[in-house]
Design a protein around this ligand. Structure first.
Ligand SMILES: Cc1cc2nc3c(=O)[nH]c(=O)nc-3n(C[C@H](O)[C@H](O)[C@H](O)COP(=O)(O)OP(=O)(O)OC[C@H]3O[C@@H](n4cnc5c(N)ncnc54)[C@H](O)[C@@H]3O)c2cc1C
Length: 426
């Protein structure tokens, strides 16, 4: 399919989870005059996010994506973090039943989430135009209030609204001159004894036995490091004979910088040192995807801007915020940005030909809400990171004892689940 030659209302740049959610949301709102483009020839085959939080499941339900996702994902009600001896705290998502149709986290690799969203788009006749790599945004010389989005090929698409869903290194954000910085003092956090995070989708030589079957995902803070092991749905394993697991751990400072795609041996060596003895972890048999991750956070200074000629730029997903994957929030937040933008746009477009001040007011409110939520999520992920990397001092022992005590209360388990689910803010 080729690019439209006349000016259109909206172009979505990027067809990751945020861009696809934006497309589904626009279609759901009855907005049809848009295109979605991506620089890659096909969707990324990269596992990354493994959980979709309840508030995001609610949002995806509004755009008709949930039947597909529920068929392939595993529903996880309990999430707990333990140390060598016992659980420090847990979140019981089933306690969220009064507030949501989806009182669980849905566990599945990002490739499968993206596959389900792409299928939902195709059913609605929405096709991603590929490969179109956006390289610049300029005010149109012929049409007031329109942006020329230029691609690497030299082709141009003209649109009144450009939705930047083009990930952490967003060209749309850069072209709009929107800064992207670490919230707070602008400094990256001191990670103490860990330098980066490593992630891998692996199979083990035999199934690991988690100490408490109530928690299908194992998460520990032990041996001066943390460890997460989450089983994927059986039907999604690369090896039909074995369950596949996402493992994540910190890279000890003494190991230096982790390779871009750590080997099986590299991951095994980190697991050997961070797995608590209670786990008696079997050996890794195969790795199917591995990566390393910096724990830097950054938030766009704003998610709505007008270019000099009057066209509007809106940011969703990683283009607007990045942070550590601890807490499993990144993709979920990006999808919610996009679906909420779709819901805000009918009122905007209704006034589009007349009162620009009214339009800008609506978009500024939307962008301000999303900015607040991004800062809230960065705070959650920094809190999780702080707990993992805190030095083993007397104060940490007191803090952990307090967590253990408070974590026994149902109210606290519900509060933790509520915050992690995103329902506290939508
Ligand atoms: C190693 C790793 C592990 C992660 N683990 C987790 C996790 O456990 N939990 C979690 O919630 N999140 C995790 N994340 C984050 C999660 O993957 C992202 O939040 C999510 O992918 C963001 O979606 P997005 O659509 O905003 O951006 P992306 O997924 O980055 O998609 C952007 C799309 O835009 C396209 N694009 C880029 N530039 C251009 C351009 N100039 N022109 C046209 N198209 C362009 C790209 O090809 C891509 O398809 C992880 C990320 C990484 C890298």
């Amino acid at each position: 399919m080729s690019l439209p030659s006349n000016p259109i209302t909206i172009v979505i740049v990027g067809a990751g989870p945020a861009g696809m959610a934006a497309a589904l949301s626009l279609h759901h709102q009855g907005i049809k005059d848009f295109v979605i483009v991506d620089s890659l020839l096909a969707g990324q085959n990269s596992s990354r996010a493994v959980v979709i939080q309840a508030a995001t499941l609610e949002a995806l339900d509004t755009v008709g994506c949930m039947d597909k996702l529920l068929k392939i994902g595993d529903q996880n009600n309990h999430f707990g973090v333990r140390d060598e001896s016992s659980y420090l705290f847990s979140a019981d998502f089933s306690l969220l039943a009064p507030y949501t149709k989806f009182p669980f986290g849905l566990v599945l690799p990002q490739t499968s989430t993206e596959g389900a969203m792409l299928e939902a788009m195709k059913e609605r006749g929405i096709h991603v135009l590929r490969p179109y790599k956006a390289v610049s945004l300029k005010p149109s010389a012929e049409n007031e209030g329109v942006i020329d989005v230029e691609f690497e090929s030299g082709e141009v698409v003209q649109a009144k609204y450009v939705i930047g869903a083009d990930g952490a290194h967003s060209v749309v954000r850069n072209e709009a001159g929107i800064s992207f910085t670490e919230p707070g003092n602008g400094q990256e956090p001191d990670l103490g004894n860990v330098s980066q995070l490593i992630l891998g989708d692996v199979t083990f030589s035999s199934p690991p036995h988690f100490p408490d079957p109530k928690y299908p995902v194992f998460t520990s803070i032990a041996n001066n490091n943390f460890l997460l092991i989450a089983p994927f749905p059986a039907a999604l394993s690369h090896d039909p004979e074995r369950i596949e697991y996402r493992v994540a751990a910190g890279v000890p400072v003494e190991d230096g910088t982790a390779p871009h795609a750590p080997s099986k041996e590299y991951i095994q060596s980190v697991l050997d040192r961070c797995a608590p003895s209670v786990l008696n972890l079997p050996r890794i048999e195969n790795t199917y995807w591995t990566s390393r991750y910096r724990t830097r956070a950054a938030v766009a200074e704003r998610s709505f801007a007008r270019l000099a000629g009057g066209g509007a730029v809106l940011l969703v997903g990683d283009a607007a915020h990045i942070h550590s994957p601890l807490g499993g929030q990144g993709m979920s937040l990006g999808i919610r940005d996009a679906i909420s933008l779709g819901a805000a746009l009918p009122a905007v477009l209704a006034q589009d030909d007349g009162d620009r001040a009214a339009v800008d007011k609506l978009l500024t409110i939307w962008a301000g809400e999303r900015h607040k939520r991004a800062l809230g999520v960065v705070q959650i992920t920094k809190g999780a990171l702080g707990m993992v990397i805190a030095p083993r001092t007397f104060m940490r022992r007191i803090g952990f004892a307090l967590l253990r005590f408070l974590g026994r209360f149902t109210l606290v388990q519900r509060m933790v689940a509520y915050r992690l689910s995103g329902l506290a803010e939508i």
